[in-house]
Design a protein around this ligand. Sequence first.
Ligand code: ADP
Length: 168
Amino acid sequence: MNRRLAVYPGTFDPIHLGHLDIITRGLKAFDRILVGVGINIDKKPLLSLEDRVSVIQEVVRQEIPEHERVEVKPFRGLAVRFVREAGSSVMLRGLRTTSDMEYEFTMSLANMTLDPDIETVFLMAKDTYSHLSSSLLRQIASFGGEMGKFLPKGAVELVRKRYTVQPD
Ligand code: ADP
């Protein structure tokens, strides 16, 4: 298995600066990163899978100088299976404040049981982005709030188009 390739799975609904930072910093540790855009059954996505993949591809192309080292693909089903099928043994995840700890800890233990060959590697969120979450951004966007401080430039327009203010 290729240890130089890390798979970064997530829902990315939408991708924000915290996610982008994990990809950028992940490239210091790994030769290549495959961003896996998945379905989380506990979350009802507002952006379609196709939209999420294409916006991440665009953002990576615009914001990451060595973007040829990053690939973006959708996946369905278990993240560990996606990692294995990609030929990697590393799942990359970001860790925000203590609130992420319990969930990420549980997930990594479950994944370890499902496939002991796959290791989860965590990068701590950068302090400037540690408050960012896709759900917070969906709230701001749905009320027409300014998103330029939270989203990569290439994502702002699409997110604005998709999240229009709902009439009361
Ligand atoms: P999931 O639905 O799999 O939790 P998300 O799209 O919410 O997917 O997040 C994908 C990964 O990115 C997770 O590991 C999450 O902890 C991490 N992440 C989310 N927000 C941030 C942030 N602001 N800074 C660093 N990592 C983050």
